[in-house]
Every structure is written in structure tokens, then in C-alpha cells.
Design a protein around this ligand. Sequence first.
Ligand SMILES: [Zn+2]
Ligand SMILES: [Zn+2]
Length: 277
Amino acid sequence: MILKFFGVRGSYPVSGKNFIKYGGHTPSILIENSETAIIFDSGTGIIEAGNYINHNKKINEIYIFVSHLHYDHIQGLPFFKPFFNKDSKKIKIFGPNFTEDSFELQIEKFFASPFIPFSLELIKKENNISFHTFNSKKETIKIKENIRVKAEFNKNHPKHGVYMFSINSNKKKITYITDINITESILKSVVEFAKDSDILIFDSFFTEKEKIEEPEIGNFGHSSFEDGINLKKLSNSKKFFFFHFNPNCTDEKLIKLEKTYCGKEIKMAKEGLEAKL
Ligand SMILES: [Zn+2]
Ligand SMILES: [Zn+2]
């Protein structure tokens, strides 16, 4: 598996000279497994992931998993170029509904006129795209004999919760957990979900010091750098990436955080960064 980070920023995209080192796109990571591309979240980072896929002739099937429907996790979808390819790439998109509407209908509403000049209907008509709503709190999706994706619901993100994802392939495991407030009541289930990950990617929106100094920051359903380090240890995960950075964190600030919190096994996610398993 090859893991590629295309968007590591939370809440909204940022750009400019203060955001060059870590990048400004909202969440999207891609895991390449020979001809299969698995994408977790479709923030603006998925636009670059789509360009990468279009230049990589080997990839012939794409699986997109959406953790929840906040804009920073779906806003890149209308600009995902493989949607507009006239080729036979199979695209399957999985996500939650959180209301009575199906996941597909909710995405259809997001693509609605007058906000976007084309409909999802049109894209679906011309391409091999299908939508799948998670219909339980724990699901295992068999992608290939040797590739499984697990999705598990967690309630600790306002207002509707979030799905955590992991991918298992050839005895290697990558876990992706973002937009979650890791409190005592859910710690055990999150540790269990992340258990023995080869790579763990985790929501790191603030530090514990910031949480104390700005208590309202802790109410947005995110976790701290310290929570991440604790989760790595408790889950016995090998390599760890801080992820979903606060858009107010300039490169200067993130460099300081990197010096404080990172080490051999603990790294900062960055746009363009790759990790091989
Ligand atoms: Zn987010
Ligand atoms: Zn969110």
C-alpha cells in the first residue's frame, strides 16, 4: 500500500505564503493498492487526488469513503476529475446519511442548482458511479480478497457524529480517525478500533494548553496533539500522523508544534507526503 496525503487541513481551505510547508487543502488521503485507489474523505484535497489518478493509467477502480458530511470533508467532490472521464473506471462512494435521506440524496442536494452548474444525475448517467449509505454502525467492506475497509460510527463530533475508517491489506493496517473529541467515555472503543495499526492518522486540532486557554475550542468535537500521542501508545500503533490542522495554524506555528511533539514514529501529515507499507 502507498499512502498519499492530498489534504490535511480542517474546517476550510487556506492558501498563501504562510501555508506552503504543510498545505491548505481540506481532508483527503489516498491509499494506492495496485489498480485500486481508496480515498478517505473528499475535502479540496481530493481535487489533486483526482489529477493524480488521471495520470496513473494503472488505477481502474476508485473507492471513496466519506467520514461525515461537513463541508470540509465533501467540498472537493464536484471537482474530482475522474467523475468526468469517459472511461470505464468504476467509482464507488460510501458515506453516512445522518438524516432520513440516503447518502446519495444528500450529495445530490450538495450538487444542486444554483450552487453548482451541473447535476450529479448527469455525471452518474455518463459514468460508472454508485453510492452506498452505511446502514449500520459497524461495517466491513470487502474491496478485494486481500483488501478490507472497516467503517465504525462514533458519536463524539457535533451534531451527527463521524465514521472512523481502517484499511487492512496483506496483514498491514492503516487507520484514519478525524473529527472526533476523544473523551473518557469513547476512549476504549477508539483504542480498540485503532489497535495495532501500522499507520494511524489522527485529528489534532489544538494542544491541551490551547484547550485550557480557549475552552470554546474544545467544544467543536476535535482532539489535541496530546490525545493523539496517548492514542498511539494505547493502541500500540507503529507510525502516527497528526492531521486535520486548525486553519489558523501557519507554517511557523506548525513547525513549532512539530519540534515539540514529533519524533521517529510520530510525524506531521503534509500535503504531498507519502508513506509506503
Ligand atoms: Zn473536519
Ligand atoms: Zn467535522
